[in-house]
Design a protein around this ligand. Structure first.
Ligand SMILES: Cc1ncc(COP(=O)(O)O)c(C=O)c1O
Length: 399
């Protein structure tokens, strides 16, 4: 028997890896243990707030299981699902063959596959500030660096193109575009999308287009970015998690743009995908049912989201010291609180949590300056619950 008692050392990359949206739950558990009820406005999971998976998708998964589709699938996914994704892109104005589509374990795996396939240790990727934090977490894991480009809350949270241009270096490999955006709820107009494509083109960058909220713009689905430039090197990804209300299934897809310039990236992604065998098999049948079937649930969902977005912006803007850009898609808002000197967004968020049980995520977890006072709210709760939560936020005195 070993006599060594010291703990097994962990890898340094874990120290660099942070994911504030879930990390902050540790603090919430302490507050709960002390007897305060916690209202979780930290994770964007519609199922937890009563927005349920459409029955025909559940039927597709259970049928697949009953029909014996419980083995491994081909690494890029079953042909039917890849064809369904390709056909869906076609209907949205983007021609892409099923051979350039992979079925993934959510958008998350698409992000990890794309970054791992393209970016070497020591290289850089442009990510928006604020960003969805998985980008910075995966880059930390692979030893590459995120370089933030500013999106501007005084300009509807649109990218600041001058800042973006200045952030490009010889080490830059890719430009991440999240549109509709988490955490800001912004949607980019076509001229902004074109400018981003041109900038990427000038510098030989691949665009990673995170389109997981594409169907959740309140005015109706926004087309994929690739529609504006079929020849541009764009890798797009999305999933059933948000617009199809099945986040726990881990069912998503990625499409690698048709330009031959992306052929090596496609081959690299497929090679990496072989190593993880396949994404969950039965859920791939739901991708076929979702993209080829009825999506009327999205109309009601978008209506509910618009209602909550309007309520959130109007109630938070009425709180002294707070301002909030009205979201135009998805289910997040990124308000800003004026902080007393010396205080950070984390101080505010933890103070609010301990005093009221309301759990939001500090903006610095998404890459904003800790003293800027941003924080992210997930507004999926019912309007009545949200109203009560915003009353408590208004009453909370932060000093
Ligand atoms: C912008 C963005 N990209 C990707 C993801 C991950 O989604 P999935 O469940 O498809 O992995 C999320 C989840 O919140 C997100 O907000």
């Amino acid at each position: 028997m070993s006599t060594v008692t010291s703990a097994i050392r962990t890898a340094q990359r874990v120290d660099r890896f942070t994911y504030a949206i879930r990390n902050i739950v540790t603090e919430a558990r302490k507050v709960e243990a002390a007897g305060t009820k916690v209202r979780y406005l930290n994770i964007g999971d519609p199922n937890q707030f009563g927005f349920l998976t459409p029955p025909h998708l559940i039927e597709a998964v259970t049928r697949a299981m009953r029909d014996g589709h419980n083995g491994y699938t081909a690494s890029p996914g079953i042909v039917e699902a890849r064809e369904a994704v390709a056909a869906d892109f076609g209907r949205r104005g983007v021609e892409v063959g099923p051979d350039r589509v992979l079925i993934t374990s959510g958008t998350s795996e698409g992000i990890e596959l794309a970054l791992t396939a393209i970016v070497d240790e020591g290289e850089e990727v442009l990510v928006p500030s604020p960003t969805y934090p998985l980008y910075t977490a995966v880059l930390a894991k692979i030893g590459a660096s995120p370089v933030y480009y500013r999106t501007d809350h005084t300009n509807a949270w649109l990218p600041d193109l001058d800042h973006l241009r200045r952030a490009i270096t010889p080490k830059t490999r890719a430009l991440v575009v999240i549109d509709p955006n988490n955490p800001t709820g912004a949607i980019y107009p076509d001229d902004m999308r074109r400018s981003l494509i041109e900038l990427a083109d000038e510098h030989g960058l691949v665009i990673l287009a995170d389109e997981v909220y594409g169907d959740l713009a309140y005015d109706g689905p926004v087309p994929p970015m690739a529609r504006l430039a079929p020849e541009a090197p764009i890798i797009s990804y999305s999933s059933l998690s948000k617009a199809y209300l099945a986040p726990g299934w881990r069912a998503g897809w990625m499409a690698v743009g048709t330009t031959p310039r992306l052929d090596p990236a496609l081959a690299a992604i497929k090679k990496l995908a072989d190593g993880r065998l396949c994404s969950p098999g039965p859920m791939q049948y739901a991708v076929v049912a979702a993209l080829g079937g009825d999506r009327s649930h999205q109309d009601g969902f978008r209506r509910e989201l618009r209602l909550r977005a309007e309520l959130t912006a109007s109630r938070l803007n009425a709180i002294p010291g707070m301002s909030c850009v009205a979201p135009r898609g998805a289910f997040y808002a990124m308000p800003k609180m004026t902080l007393p000197p010396g205080k950070t967004d984390r101080d505010y968020v933890l103070g609010l949590l301990r005093a009221t049980g309301i759990l939001v995520v500090y903006g610095s977890g998404f890459g904003t300056d800790p003293t800027d006072g941003f924080f992210r709210v997930v507004f999926l709760a019912s309007p009545t619950e949200l109203g009560a939560i915003y009353d408590e936020m208004a009453a909370y005195q932060f000093a």
